[in-house]
Design a protein around this ligand. Structure first.
Ligand SMILES: [Fe+2]
Length: 296
């Protein structure tokens, strides 16, 4: 899987299944090697340089207020202490991907399951499961924000319900196009708050600077009907006017939306609709070249 898509939480972690029913494991911080801390440092320094002017202010603020630095892989207990005081969240270690129910149950109780392991030096831009860099660097700064804290908890609660209703795919798209690949306007310009983007050096630039992708005003029903790419950069990003819009999304009843989208036509990742509020109409160049087999 490309590093732009490290969130297939719906798949079970195969043979890493731990003993505890909630799939948590000890982080075992003292067992990280110098080489593993070194991978964190390389990734941390590379991404930190890219954030000014690209990541949204709330992300940058959350990062500055957490015990996170280039020097070492963070200790989840220390992170949780700060997070707990701010928004009531904590970070718990898991071996990798966890089943949907387990994932939703954790989120519904303000526990963020983070991969305990870190990618190998030859996987800096490519990994198969979300690791500690994606999960902590990408997600935890936004969990310091009360609006995101509320939204992700509501997503966990909604996930348990959506599974029973058979509309998990539609709900998962909302998470994908917000928590993972969301952009938000800041001073009229799109800025990143999605963890899948801020934890990828290439997509950090692509999402806000490249002329290839579409940037479309966020619309819940539109997003629920739109497939996404898990193997490459997104063809379309959905842009919030303000992060507070997530609070409204956390509070509304999704049931009527599920009714409307069930059985309705689905949109491909790069589709543009007459009803879309376009911020940028992408050229589509990047994915067109990929489809022709040429290097992008
Ligand atoms: Fe993620």
């Amino acid at each position: 899987m490309h590093d732009t898509a490290p969130t297939k939480h719906g798949l079970a972690a195969g043979d890493h299944r731990p003993d505890r029913p909630d799939w948590t494991i000890a982080q075992g911080w003292e067992r990280y090697t110098a080489a593993e801390h070194g991978v964190w440092k390389t990734l941390f320094e590379r991404q930190s340089r890219l954030l000014p002017g690209r990541a949204c202010a709330e992300f940058v603020r959350g990062m500055a207020e957490l015990p996170l630095s280039a020097d070492q892989i963070p200790n989840f207990e220390e992170l949780s202490e700060v997070l707990m005081q701010r928004t009531g969240w904590q970070v718990v270690a898991v071996p990798g991907l966890v089943p949907d129910d387990v994932f939703f149950e954790h989120l519904a109780h303000r526990r963020f399951p983070a991969g305990q392991f870190i990618r190998k030096p030859h996987e800096l831009d490519y990994l198969e499961e979300p690791d500690v860099f994606h999960d902590v660097f990408g997600h935890v700064p936004m969990l310091m924000n009360p609006v995101m804290a509320e939204f992700i908890q509501a997503y966990g609660q909604g996930g348990l319900r959506a599974k029973q209703l058979g509309v998990l795919d539609q709900l998962a798209r909302v998470y994908w196009y917000t928590v993972e690949f969301g952009l938000v306007l800041e001073g009229g310009a799109p800025r990143i708050y999605g963890a899948g983007i801020v934890s990828s050096s290439t997509e950090t630039r692509f999402s806000v600077e490249d002329d290839s992708p579409n940037r479309i005003g966020f619309d819940l029903e539109r997003v629920m009907r739109t497939r996404y790419r898990i193997d490459d950069f997104q063809e379309s990003y959905f842009v919030l006017n303000h992060l507070d819009d997530l609070l409204a999304l956390a509070q509304i009843d999704f049931a009527p939306y599920y009714q409307r989208v069930t059985g309705a036509a689905e949109h491909e990742p790069g589709d543009v609709l007459a009803s879309d509020r376009m911020l940028t109409r992408g050229t589509g160049r990047y994915h067109a070249r990929k489809r022709q087999g040429a290097p992008a």
